[in-house]
Ligand binder design. Sequence first.
Ligand code: KG4
Ligand code: ZN
Length: 324
Amino acid sequence: MATYTLGIETSCDETAAAVVRDGKKILSSVVSSSLRYHSRYGGVVPEIAFRKQLETIVQVSDCALKDARLPLQKISALCVTEEPGLLGSLFVGVSFARALALALSRPLVGVNHLYAHIYAGLFGLRDVRFPFMALVVSGGHTSLFYVRDYNRLDLIGETLDDACGEAFDKVAKILGLGYPGGPLIERIAAGGNPKAIEFNCCDTRRPFDFSFSGIKTAVLYRVRALRAGVPLTLKRDIAASFQEAVVRSVAAKSLSACAARKAKLLIVGGGVAANSRLRDFLAQKAEEEGVRAVFAPKELCMDNAAMVAGLGYQLFKKGVIFQP
Ligand code: KG4
Ligand code: ZN
């Protein structure tokens, strides 16, 4: 008999709900973003985020069940992001899922948001063979994991300062492009020359850690030096050169981690994994090194609840649950 899980995701600005069958088939995935309320502040305002989540969570979950054409009683387990994230936002999602679990007498499964981003890359695989390497590049995190099982992951490297997506967001702000910056940088970089300016990501003492604040500051100094403003052609070149340096750094570190751990599979997830230059460059370099790089589908790179329902199903099957 099929097992249906309902996923709830409220770790940052999104309110998301999804229904997944047997951890594999996404029957519905609804994401409501409060982004437009934050954009004039240049970043997510926690107070606004959780108020919007309180307002929308019931409707978003109803919508996910309707899209899946499934009554609530058919749900076997409630899966919810429990960490990491904005405290107030997480609280909204966990309280809601816990209440549903209590009302339905179903188990509640707590899911780690970063592990869920990795799971987004597993939906397309026919069978999952552990261990493998995973890279999560998002607005809040940049982490490399050696994945032994769904709930046994070794963190082998992470950012020492800004997260990768955060660096895109800050550089976009410096260039006056808006928020969130990643897609905007990618768009204008397409018309720029990635070799125009030599930007570099800083070296780190531990080889699999990341650092992006130095390159962001290098962009800032370059823009400040141009007192008369930045012409569009130069903006394009700065965006392309910045993106190229970040992509190369992330790809090199991920693949050297694969080599060090003899991993032949690299899963890539998180918002920045939607970046086409990263996907193309890393896929090509991985192939050259005999590693299979699998990226989360673009629609599952950004925060969503399908990845939470999917990973939640696997944990539920393992008995990793807490009673509400
Ligand atoms: O995973 P996500 O939705 O949220 C977090 O868990 O943080 O990632 C959002 C981040 C933002 O910083 C956004 O600018 C970045 O992902 N991003 C991108 C692209 N699309 C989203 N960065 C680079 N290129 C993109 N195409
Ligand atoms: Zn995320």
